[in-house]
Design a protein around this ligand. Sequence first.
Ligand code: ZN
Length: 410
Amino acid sequence: MRRTGDLKLIQELNRSIILDMIRKDGPLSRSEIAKRSNLSPTTVTTAVNDLIQDRLVSERGTGVSNGGRKPILLQFSPDNHYIIGISISNSKITIAEMNLEARIRCKEVYSTRGHTGEQVISYLLELIEYFINIINKPLDLCVGVSVITQGIVDSKNGVIRYNPKLKFENIPLKELIEQKFNIKTWLDNDTNAYILAEKHFGLFNHYENMIYITIGEGLGAGIIVNGTINRGHNGGAGEFGHTNISNEGIKCDCGNIGCIENYVCWPAVYSRILSSIARGKQTIMTELVHGDISQLTELNFVDALNKGDELAINVLEEMSTYLAIGLVNLVHLFNPQIIIFGGEITTNNPLLLQKVNQFVKERALTILYEDLQIQPSSLGKEFEMIGAASVLLQDKFQFKLTHTEEVVKG
Ligand SMILES: [Zn+2]
């Protein structure tokens, strides 16, 4: 029994290695795969036959002959299957159908309608059902559902342990989705998903010690230490937003006071802008939203910054100082090679990078700062869905390190 189990595991591993090789370096011939992977030609042939049967790989033309018959080339077929990616944030639920390269074919965004707790979950299950009907594709072609969400997540067991804003406590979401739809489901914390995506699909895959900071409705961190994601005992590592930087101030949803999140996240920035306007400060942000300041978004704020708006710059300076205080603490705790910023407020925002860099340089130990990079995310606009996809793809297929060569050359 044991031998059979081991053999099956080895076969699956070989299949994953071969599939990832064809995906990254294809089209490739069977003999080239054998040469590159150090696997026997028989092992490669068996694995390739399985991959062709599963429609993950297809034959495409012939390569250059080394004297004998021209070899048949194999290429990755990402479009024969699909995955469903889901992101649950405090205000919206995003659902997308993607191919096996995380390319979005259909995406819907729904408001959470102010729901909390069990209401959000039953609404989510309804939305998944509705979405499956919209895309109208056979469920047996769906490789899986991958859900990412804020808060403390036990990714191994697929349980949302705690999210104070949406009032989640010990919700076995993986089990609920699998029972209702009979599709294998993955669950992870959103920021952990983004750092996994940066590591396996983004431009920063050659780093072993990295921190990803998401600034949005909340503030979170994903931490990779020596190449491995640091989850902590309960999946709660990286709750950067609830680290304290003050002994006074706003009461946080977590029950504490002085949590950094309430000085740095978008709602905090937004309320600072509102109170300044109420005190009579002039800003082009009012014009950018045609006088309706309730419509102001992070993108408008960044736009105002890039246009040199004084109020926007003042608010950014305050926010980036608080953020940098938190980062100095992270730098001293984890000695990362890179800190990556994610979230709309960090996109196309050179001033934020400059302010934070300057502060961290002044405050951190020189030896910890000298090799440190602070960079915006490389995942692009669809970072949420790429994050969700990467959780599934790197676990199921062991896909990783797409851009290594480009980065080394660059
Ligand atoms: Zn808190």
